[in-house]
Design a protein around this ligand. Sequence first.
Ligand code: AP5
Ligand code: MG
Length: 191
Amino acid sequence: MLNIIICGAPGCGKGTQSDLIVEKYGLKHLSTGDLLRSEIAEKSALGIEAESFISKGNLVPDKMIFDILSKAIAEQTKNSNGIILDGFPRNVAQAEALEELMTKLKKEITVLLDMNVDNQELITRLLKRGETSGRCDDNMETIKKRLEVYQTKTAPVSDYYKNKNKYAAINGMGTIDEIFSRISGVIDSKR
Ligand code: AP5
Ligand code: MG
């Protein structure tokens, strides 16, 4: 079973590479950003609250994330090849809560893939996507805030998994195929 975390700054390619990982390894994709955006589209109470954080580039409260995710993780790790977690955990408190949940489920995180991409390239990708995505956070002001929040809150999650020897840095620059072949190399070494 492979339970993978894909991590990295906004626009590093988490969603793009997750789709390829799902196709090749048959994992279940759990993206907290996608789950939140579908709540926003439905105009649910949770979606309306989440949008006020997302549009400013801030993280939504941990409790909200855990409420929507813990049930999904329990379901998707049952009778499956494993999961790919995209956009979660996003701070050390979430990493600790995930560890507790996995222990309860008698499962284990296999590896955290940390995608490294230059800041200028991140901004270029996100502004380009913003022309068509309709995402409330794909604008220059919010992108700057997201990058700042990534550095202060999310980057420390890497150390948490380095300490557990479950960390792999991935060069996230280049073509989508080049990056995927680097990722496949790491995943294949863990099977
Ligand atoms: P989330 O949806 O997770 O967004 P993000 O981390 O900002 O990342 P993106 O989805 O923008 O980028 P990506 O890394 O998936 O890259 P993609 O493949 O799309 O989170 C959004 C918000 O929700 C957060 O800010 C927060 O408020 C909230 N949230 C989510 N999870 C949370 C949590 N756990 N706790 C608290 N709050 C949470 O690629 C980007 C673009 O680049 C695409 O257009 C793509 O086509 C293109 N591209 C991809 N690869 C390449 C390449 N190699 N070359 C050129 N272009 C490329
Ligand atoms: Mg994404």
